[in-house]
Design a protein around this ligand. Structure first.
Ligand code: ADP
Ligand code: ASP
Ligand code: MG
Length: 403
């Protein structure tokens, strides 16, 4: 079989863990497989590099950020190849450029255009393990890019697709995808199989276990993958296309995003086109907006409040600021940080009453709801950051996900 394995930051966090990863890779080769591996930076390294950049310049240029952040993965590919050599396993490291990860030029959030693979195919044929740097790519004019935080997941599923791998395994520090983040909800349960759609909603709503864009990619190209632990041999979670029995479960899981901010545009002239101009500008700045509330304030002017990822606040504010003169007024402010709590399940399509149950559980626990958004298979609420953990546990228990 041709197998693509991805090892995340904690799994390659120090020398012993890299040796452990090398042993697992070698065991997979010894079992008769060809193996291509995608690795992340050591846990914490990317965050440290971001912090160092911000200490030097609070608004670092995106191009230079990519140049900096790509360093983390480049360290790990070399160390992992060396660890394989030390156990007599032929292996070679490849950067994103060498592996032909062609992307567009949207620095810090680039999109993959094509993966040519470079010489990976030949190397695998000749019995070598190829270790590819996750998270990074290259534009056609040679600029280093990165694929957004958590982007090694995307590198792995995209490589599995390009190589037509038989199996794609995402090794991490938990046994699989749980009904909630097990660090926040200790009685969360491992899910054996989950649909792309549910996994995508959970990821997009803050479940860090998979990068949302990676799930979107695998859904589009039907790349089945398994999320499992690099620290044991327990079976993990299979992520694949929906099968009918999956609809029997109404709520599959709870996601919590504690990194959300509210932005309010007040005194906005209440006329057609104002909201369009604002959200077009935000979209062009590559910022994702989730919840939106509009109300009419004093004197007929509108107030528009929406949520974005906290890291995107400066980018979003700048985009709105630029477009306000064109609209003829308005003031933009960052009006606070919130948590977003979501319940997700494909069964919501055919079962009514999930919203009512959710709101009741929150009310019983004195959690105030600030905003609401829904899709066919999810309901999200914006709540106070202080209530986040208590609310996640209560909702998880209320929907009986731990039993
Ligand atoms: P890696 O470095 O391997 O990519 P991440 O830290 O990005 O690992 O993702 C794994 C973490 O995701 C877990 O340690 C866990 O705390 C968190 N997590 C959030 N939601 C979930 C969930 N529903 N199931 C499992 N893990 C989750
Ligand atoms: N090292 C990158 C990050 O921390 C990519 C990844 O780990 O997937 O976001
Ligand atoms: Mg990750």
């Amino acid at each position: 079989m041709l197998i693509v394995q991805k090892y995340g930051g904690t799994s390659v966090g120090d020398v012993d863990r890299i040796k452990n990863v090398a042993n697992r890779i070698k065991a997979t080769v010894d079992a008769g497989n060809r193996v291509a591996v995608v690795v992340s930076a050591r846990g914490g390294v990317t965050n440290e590099l971001v912090a160092r950049a911000k200490a030097i310049n609070p608004k670092p240029a995106d191009r230079e950020m990519d140049m900096l952040l790509a360093v983390g993965e480049q360290e790990t590919i070399a160390l992992t190849a060396m660890a394989l050599h030390a156990v007599d396993q032929p292996a070679v490291s490849r950067t994103g450029r060498q592996a032909g990860f062609r992307t567009d030029g949207a620095h810090t959030r680039a999109r993959i255009v094509e993966i040519t693979g470079g010489d990976i195919g030949q190397r695998l044929e000749s019995g070598e393990v190829v270790i590819v740097a996750g998270f990074q790519g290259i534009t056609d004019d040679g600029q280093v890019t990165t694929l957004g935080r958590g982007g090694s997941d995307l590198s792995a599923v995209a490589l599995a697709c390009a190589l037509k791998a038989d199996l794609c395994q995402i090794f991490t520090d938990v046994d699989g995808v749980y009904t909630a983040d097990p660090r926040i909800v200790p009685n969360a349960k491992k899910i054996d199989e989950i649909s792309y759609e549910e996994m995508l909603e959970l990821a997009a709503m803050g479940s860090k276990v998979m990068q949302a864009r990676a799930v979107e990619f695998s859904q589009k190209y039907n790349v089945v993958f398994e999320v499992r632990s690099s620290f044991n041999d327990n079976p993990g979670t299979i992520v694949k296309a929906e099968v009918p029995s999956m609809e029997d479960v109404v709520v599959r899981g709870v996601a919590l995003d504690q990194n959300q901010a509210k932005i309010t545009v007040s005194d906005l002239p209440d006329k057609p086109g104002a909201a369009a101009k604002i959200f077009v500008a935000i979209g062009q700045a590559n910022v994702l907006v989730d919840m939106i509330v509009q109300n009419i304030g004093r004197g007929g002017a509108a107030n528009l409040t929406f949520t974005v990822n906290k890291d995107d606040v400066p980018r979003a504010m700048e985009a709105v600021q630029k477009v306000l003169p064109e609209i003829g007024g308005g003031v933009v402010n960052h009006t606070g940080d919130i948590a977003k709590l979501s319940v997700v399940g494909v069964g919501m399509r055919s079962h009514a009453g999930v919203a009512a149950t959710l709101f009741n559980i929150l009310a019983e626990n004195s959690v105030n709801i600030q905003m609401i958004s829904t899709s066919e298979i999810k309901i999200s609420v914006a709540i106070d950051l202080e209530d986040a953990k208590k609310a996640a546990q209560a909702v998880h228990d209320g929907f009986e996900l731990g039993v």
